[in-house]
Design a binder for this molecule. Structure first.
Ligand code: FAD
Length: 214
C-alpha cells in the first residue's frame, strides 16, 4: 500500500467527483482499478482508473453512495490530504493491439464510464462507440473528453440526452457487427441484460468483456 497526496477534487455533480492524486510512479494498464481509502482507514474500495496511462497523475471518478462508508469520506477530501492506494488490480485491461478487429463498443452505466475515459485518454484515435446510461443528462461525466460523434447519452429520467431510455432499449434498436469488441461496465443488472442483447445479435461471448461494480 502506498500513500498518495490529493492534488485536486473536481465536482462534476452534487454527488460525483474526480479525485486527482499524485501518481507516485504507479504503472498500470488502462481499465485496471485501485483500492482507495482515507489515510489509515480499515475500509477501502475499488475504483477504476479514470486517467490515461501516460498522464503524470492518477485519477478516479467517484459517486457518493447514500450511506456509503468509503465514498462519503472521499467526498470530503481536500488538496494536500493523503489517501491509501493499493494496486493496480484487475483484468479489464485494454490494449487495442491485442484485437484483430479495431471496432469497439463501450457500454457503461453511471460511473462505469470511468475505465472508458481511461481508454480514450490513453488511445485517442480509437474507432469506438460509447453508450452511456444515466438518469439525468447532468450526469454526462466529462463527455467533452470523448468524440461527440461517437457518444450516445441514454437518459432514463429526462429527455435531455441523445436517447430517452436505458442503454438496453438503445442497444436493442441497433445493428451490431458480430466482430465488434464489446466492453461493459457498471451495475450487474445492466451487464447481464446487455450481454443477452449482444449475444442475441450474434456477437460471440468471446468478444464481450465486462467489469461489474455492484
Ligand atoms: C472493480 C470495481 C471498480 C469500481 N469502480 C468504481 C468507480 O470507478 N467509481 C465508483 O464510484 N464506484 C466504483 N466501484 C464501486 C465502489 O468500489 C464502491 O462499492 C462504492 O464507492 C460504494 O462504496 P461505499 O463504501 O461508499 O459504500 P458501502 O458502504 O460499501 O455500500 C453501500 C451500498 O451501496 C451499493 N453500491 C455500491 N456502489 C454503488 C453505486 N455506484 N451506486 C449505487 N449503489 C452502489 C453497495 O452494493 C452497498 O449495498 C467499483 C467497484 C468494483 C468492484
Amino acid at each position: 500500500m502506498k500513500k498518495h497526496k490529493v492534488k485536486e477534487v473536481r465536482n462534476l455533480t452534487n454527488s460525483t467527483f474526480v479525485v486527482r492524486l499524485e501518481r507516485n510512479g504507479m504503472q498500470f494498464q488502462t481499465g485496471q482499478f485501485v483500492l482507495v481509502g482515507t489515510k489509515g482507514a480499515v475500509e477501502r474500495r475499488e475504483y477504476s482508473i479514470y486517467s490515461g496511462e501516460n498522464e503524470n497523475f492518477l485519477e478516479v471518478l467517484v459517486r457518493e453512495v447514500n450511506g456509503g462508508k468509503v465514498s462519503a469520506k472521499l467526498k470530503k477530501l481536500k488538496p494536500g490530504d493523503t489517501v491509501d492506494v493499493d494496486g493496480p488490480f484487475g483484468f479489464f485491461k485494454f490494449s487495442p493491439a491485442a484485437f484483430q478487429s479495431q471496432k469497439f463498443l463501450f457500454v457503461a452505466t453511471g460511473t462505469g464510464i470511468s475505465p472508458f475515459h481511461g481508454f480514450i485518454k490513453t488511445y485517442p484515435d480509437l474507432n469506438y462507440q460509447m453508450v452511456h446510461g444515466v438518469r439525468l443528462a447532468e450526469e454526462a461525466y466529462d463527455h467533452a473528453d470523448f468524440d461527440e460523434k461517437r457518444m450516445v447519452l441514454c437518459t432514463s429520467g429526462d429527455n435531455k440526452g441523445t436517447f430517452e431510455g436505458r442503454v438496453t432499449a438503445f442497444l436493442k434498436e441497433q445493428d451490431i457487427d458480430a466482430e465488434t469488441n464489446c466492453f461493459l461496465c457498471g451495475n450487474s443488472e445492466m451487464i447481464y441484460e446487455v450481454f443477452d442483447i449482444l449475444t442475441g445479435k450474434g456477437v460471440p461471448t468471446s468478444n464481450i468483456y465486462s467489469e461489474v461494480y455492484f
